[in-house]
Design a protein around this ligand. Structure first.
Ligand code: ATP
Length: 152
């Protein structure tokens, strides 16, 4: 049988226990508040903007679209893209024909491309639809970049 605790020790132990529990309650409250604030800040943080960089061996931009969803605000007139002399053809030699088909952001026409010495080659010409969005231009430029690297 163990001897009973001295009379002064019991209130001291109870006070220590209450202190520890109070500290734990304060810590728990602080953790809940900080978690709630972090979540709100994460929700309010706007998504990263669309980044357009210039490729090392090309004047056409390499597109990194961080925000694939369409945004009506981005349906604005755009400055003409810089040309890539290594790939640019003389548009005067192009004679557009009828429509072949349409995709999500572009339409494709049959065309004739006149070659030196007379004659012409049949080609397909892809262009953006009217009222295109910035995201549409990004998609087309991405496709062009893939074609230039022989990936399409
Ligand atoms: N080089 C080509 N030669 C002949 N026809 C083509 C050529 N490229 C596209 N087409 C025709 O034009 C249509 C539209 O092509 P486009 O590339 O705009 O869209 P997609 O690839 O079919 O769809 P999305 O743009 O939604 O990916 C195609 O379905 C195809 O019939």
């Amino acid at each position: 049988m163990s001897s009973p605790a001295p009379p002064l020790l019991v209130p001291v132990l109870v006070a220590a226990l209450v202190s520890v529990l109070s500290a734990l309650a304060v810590l728990l409250t602080l953790w809940v508040i900080s978690t709630f604030c972090c979540r709100r800040r994460a929700i309010q943080t706007p998504p990263p903007p669309v980044q357009v960089e210039h490729g090392p061996d090309s004047l056409l931009p390499v597109v990194r679209d961080e925000q694939p969803m369409r945004d009506p605000e981005s349906c604005l007139p755009l400055d003409p893209r810089p040309l890539d002399p290594a790939w640019e053809l003389d548009r005067q030699r192009l004679k557009l024909g009828s429509s072949i088909g349409e995709g999500y952001y572009g339409r494709v026409l049959s065309a004739k491309f006149s070659v030196p010495g007379g004659g012409s080659d049949p080609v397909a010409v892809k262009m953006l639809k009217n009222n295109f969005c910035k995201a549409d231009l990004m998609d087309l430029v991405s496709e062009i970049e893939f074609m230039k690297q022989g990936l399409l």
